[in-house]
Design a protein around this ligand. Structure first.
Ligand code: SAH
Ligand code: SF4
Length: 393
């Protein structure tokens, strides 16, 4: 195997301040933070709001990374910006394309950590699955990410940077003067379903999604952004109020006993508490319905009785139930339910009046599916450990 070149500081994209006192990264700053940063570096206060808006349009609508291209700003002002700021997104280390068109990017962030980002093309649209943390503090027993310790939270710049680097790769920055419509975009939807628990990195996720939704930012409708949580109950109302995107919840079980083992955060906030928070969400966020994610694990949570309990539990909540055939990973303690079982389960839910789509596994040949995302460095470390264990070292 080829040895990797050592990672040096200048290869990394550092979120805010490069070495202390160095340039600030514009990507990920809220409008207000950018306005303040412009004032702090000499932009007259009266102009700062307008300048921030102009810079945002170049960065998020046109994909520009070079201040010199910003022709509606005076030449000396552009030079001044270039000396104080950078426009940087995380670096793509590798990119794999599946037979079905799914693209998986391995992305390196400051500190040499890596996260995965997945682009799933669909008929007339495309969804980007982004990560919010390196690893995860939670330890859901069926999730590959859960076997990896939390390394750190991603910054807002690293979160929205994933959208920008996917756009770079898709070649999807609109021509000047053209406003893209969500309907015709290659990257039309965002799901926070990659690595990490987004509600344990609330502020950075919120700031990044605000940039995604801002008409002068990435400009996606809030109905095209879905945040998936394992059930961090106290942050659910806050998500409705401060982000307002669609919500998905990793439900996965119909009794506390089983959910305690699959999604251990259930021991902190149980099914009843979670359902209370979910009931309030649609009204608070003015959104239509909540997606209940339900991973189908053979002989664990996939009986007819489970299906009936599930519809009873969610009664009264506008909902769609997304059945996810378990994505097996090496060493996983579960098996995927049989297709026949999944269909029978879906049928009970459907007959009770809920949409119950079965998620088609995508990008399986490149391990790009939900719950399989894990950094390559971590995998390498694990396999080295396994090799050492086998060799009795
Ligand atoms: N931490 C958040 C978001 C990331 S996980 C959460 O738990 O909701 C995104 C989705 O993938 C969750 O519904 C999660 O339960 C599911 N998932 C994790 N591992 C999986 C696996 N191996 N097979 C199928 N779905 C999985
Ligand atoms: Fe973390 Fe979500 Fe995986 Fe659970 S399912 S370990 S919350 S990433």
């Amino acid at each position: 195997m080829a040895t990797k070149a050592p990672i040096t500081q200048d290869m990394l994209t550092i979120p805010r301040k490069l070495p202390e006192g160095g340039p600030t990264n514009i990507v990920g700053l809220t409008r207000e933070q950018l306005r303040e940063a412009l004032i702090a570096t000499g932009t007259p206060e009266k102009q700062a709001k307008m300048r921030a808006g102009q810079i945002w349009q170049w960065v998020y609508q046109k994909g520009v990374r070079d201040f010199d291209v910003m022709t509606n700003l005076a030449k000396d002002y552009r030079a001044k910006l270039a000396s104080e700021f950078v426009i940087a997104v995380p670096e793509v280390v590798s990119r794999q394309v599946s037979a079905d068109g799914t693209r998986k990017y391995l992305v390196r962030i400051a500190g040499g950590h890596e996260v995965e980002v997945v682009y799933i093309p669909e008929e007339g649209r495309g969804t980007l699955c982004i990560s919010s943390q390196v690893g995860c503090t939670l330890t859901c027993s069926f999730c590959h990410t859960g076997t990896q310790k939390l390394v750190r939270n991603l910054t807002a710049g690293e979160i929205i940077g994933q959208v920008m680097l996917a756009r770079d790769d898709l070649g999807e920055w609109p021509e000047p003067g053209r406003n893209p419509h969500d309907e015709t975009r290659l990257l039309s939807n965002i799901v926070l379903m990659g690595m990490g628990e987004p509600l344990y990195n609330f502020e950075n996720v919120r700031d990044a999604m605000k940039i995604a939704m801002d008409p002068e930012g990435i400009s996606l409708s809030r109905r095209r952004i879905t945040l998936s949580t394992s059930g961090v109950v106290p942050e659910i109302a806050r998500t409705a109020e401060e982000i307002g995107c669609l919500l998905a919840v990793s439900f996965h079980a119909t009794t506390d006993e089983v959910r305690d083992t699959l999604v251990p955060i259930n021991k902190r906030w149980n099914i009843a508490e979670l359902l209370d928070a979910l009931k309030a969400y649609p009204k608070l966020s003015n959104s239509e319905r909540i997606t209940f994610e339900y991973v189908m694990l053979k002989d664990v949570n996939d009986s007819d009785e489970d299906a009936r309990r599930l519809v009873n539990l969610i009664r009264g909540i506008p909902a769609k139930i997304n059945l996810i055939p378990f994505n097996e990973w090496p060493g996983a303690p579960y098996k995927r339910s049989d297709q026949k079982r999944i269909r029978a389960f879906a049928d009970i839910i459907y007959k009770a009046g809920y949409a119950s789509p079965i998620r088609t596994p995508r990008g399986e040949d490149i391990m790009a599916a939900c719950g399989q995302l894990k950094s390559a460095t971590e995998r390498a470390r694990k396999s080295r450990k396994a090799i050492e264990a086998e060799a009795g070292l």
